[in-house]
Design a protein around this ligand. Structure first.
Ligand code: R5P
Length: 288
């Protein structure tokens, strides 16, 4: 079946790469806002009987979800055969339990919403913590790929004597799989989150980083507080300036500058969310 790729605004580079890799065409669509902030969507290419692929990473999801909804409705009206959402970063995965009375498990609610819009979802390293598979949340076909190999390759070619460090036990899954590609040492720390921008991290006293380059690896860099706190503590201990690697660089507010100022030797992310720190290309992982 013929594939046709559409880019959500801001995803043009990845869309072009994926369409070229798939030998498929790129569809024309107008996705914009009216002056009053409401959404305007017009699909200008013929999608009848085709497998439509919408590429839209889901940082700032609340700004995008209505447009994805309208897009999905329009392609169905235009008799597309199927609709796949390629969303290299999948949002709302961290709200995976009721932390306080009166909240919702928004990862489930978001999954229900997306499942009602598209037939298939493809993503990179979603934050699976209390849920172990997207199948527990999503009722549609889902495909998860891991950025561990390209991250490990980047470390191998850029860092001498790396020691990989994850901020918390949740990060063990990413840290371990990155470390295992080249058998480099790794550990993970203990983190307590006290608020959106407040974390406490403890580094074991016996962690020996002499003659090693600390490489902090986490799935998401959002406020950057997790990495900033580790950087502060490693600085006190006299360790070399660490390399900071995030699969998904959200960098909310001033996080990128704060992380640089906190003493990271380099901050590197994959291109799941377009950002100047993108040095690790994951587009090959997203091939059909
Ligand atoms: C935690 O659950 C994630 O794995 C990351 O550690 C977290 O999202 C980082 O957030 P921030 O940059 O806001 O500290």
């Amino acid at each position: 079946m013929e594939h046709i790729y559409f880019s959500f605004p801001g995803n043009e580079v990845l869309t072009t790469t994926l369409a070229l890799n798939d030998n498929a065409s790129i569809g024309l669509a107008e996705i914009r806002r009216f002056p009053d902030g409401e959404s305007y969507i017009r699909i200008k290419s013929d999608v009848c009987g085709k497998h439509v692929v919408l590429v839209c990473t889901l940082d700032k999801p609340d700004e995008k979800i209505m447009q994805i909804y309208f897009f999905s409705k329009i392609v169905r009206t235009m008799k597309a055969s199927t609709l796949t959402l390629v969303s290299p970063y999948l949002s709302y995965m961290r709200q995976d339990k009721l932390f306080h009375e009166g909240e919702g498990v928004t990862s489930i609610e978001f999954a229900k919403l997306l499942s009602s819009m598209v037939d298939q979802l493809i993503t990179v390293d979603p934050h699976l913590h209390r849920f172990h598979s997207l199948k527990e949340l999503y009722s549609i076909n889902t495909k998860v790929v891991s950025a561990a190999k390209p991250i490990a390759e980047w470390i191998k070619s850029h860092v001498k004597k790396p020691f990989i460090i994850g901020p918390d036990s949740e990060s063990e899954q990413w840290v371990k799989s990155v470390a295992m590609h080249y058998y480099v040492p790794y550990t993970f720390l203990n983190k307590i989150r006290l608020g959106d921008k407040q974390v406490e991290i403890s580094i074991p006293e016996d962690l020996d980083l002499s003659e090693r380059t600390p490489v902090l690896v986490d799935d998401i860099i959002s406020s950057g507080r997790t990495m900033t706190e580790i950087l502060k503590q490693l600085k006190k201990s006299g360790a070399q300036a660490p390399v900071c690697i995030g699969v998904h660089g959200i960098f909310a507010g001033n996080a990128y500058v704060e992380l640089k100022n906190a003493g990271a030797s380099v901050i590197v992310t994959t291109n799941t969310i377009p950002h100047p720190s993108n040095q690790i290309d994951i587009s090959d992982l997203l091939k059909f």
